[in-house]
Design a binder for this molecule. Sequence first.
Ligand code: SF4
Ligand code: SF4
Length: 405
Amino acid sequence: MSDHPGTDLKHDPTAGIAELADRCVMCGLCLPHCPTYALDASEAESPRGRIRLARALAEDPPRIDTGLRLHLDSCLGCLQCERVCPSQVQYGEILVRTRALIGPAPNRPTWLLGVLKRPLPATLLLAAARALHLRTWLPSLLRTALPKRTTALQVALAWLGPRPRARARPPEPRSEGRRHVALFPGCIASIEDAAALQAAQDLLQAAGFSVQRLAATCCGALDLHDGATAQATRAANRLQAACRNLPADTPVLTATPGCLGTLRRQLPHLRIEDATGYLARHGTRLQFRALGERVAVHLPCTSRNVSRDSQDVLALLRLVPGLSVLEVPESPGCCGAAGSHALQFPAQARRLRAQVLRHVADLAADRLLSSNIGCRLHLSAGNRSLPTEHPLTLLARQLEPRSAP
Ligand code: SF4
Ligand code: SF4
């Protein structure tokens, strides 16, 4: 979200909130771009209303109560408002600091997120779910067995489904004359999006890079954006240890754009880039086999509003002869997945998803592509009949074997 180091939040989370908020001139130009404002036209659910609230809470923390904080908890953190703001208000930084001040939302599924953030327990959980053939008896369980308070678990279970299996192949040995990049696997993405990670490695190697895989660990995005400051700081420390020996001129790439803003925040001395955008700029001479399909491309908020390179993925996909590349319209601006938002606000997340899936249906595509694992799980839970995948796995499948840089 910003370039400030995350570790400063544990000392004084209120620092700078008022100054950051004062840059807002209350013009309201961001309101039409805010997905939560668009749902009910409520000022409290708009960027302007939230900035006003953040300022008031920073000045008078005892005013924090469930009713007031709900409007900050329900923010998607999509940063549409920050992208369109003519006064360049750093909304993302205001949100991170205010959530650090008020702490995690009362309905945050801490235990579930604790599992998802750790690659080993998450691997065991998912292996158990598949061994038990969860999908065969899951629908009736969702309808009847689970009590209402397990909503987050219901959402998470609905995300379970068949995924392309990918056995990690070791990167090719480093060789003279090849530019070097490091690939960040993430936490749950290193398991659920292992195929995308392998595809990124294959495409980068075909484009002439030597690739180093970093250790799988959580970047801390979920905790940072939820106001769990102590956990975010611990994640930042683990991340910094994993990247300690990287030369400053080695780009760190992630196939998961949701990690991008937090990686940039926690590793300000390194160059962090989205792997798809990087390939779009450095892999233009890759050659692909033709594919006669229509693909709908969903551009995640982080690609539009953080890396701001969302058009790169479209350009890269258009290198595949015969592929009809259709961009899913931007409105409503966020599909509702938004980190842990869908687990905490499932009804709001479903309303936003329904709008995106209507656009997808209008495009009559054979397949839906999205580079964000959270968006993909959320969208595919709303339409099981449409195949979904990461753009890089499609590209790696179509790669000409002798494709050369
Ligand atoms: S955040 Fe920016 S666009 Fe929105 S009301 Fe404030 S100044 Fe205007
Ligand atoms: S981050 Fe997204 S949901 Fe939150 S106020 Fe800005 S536009 Fe609205």
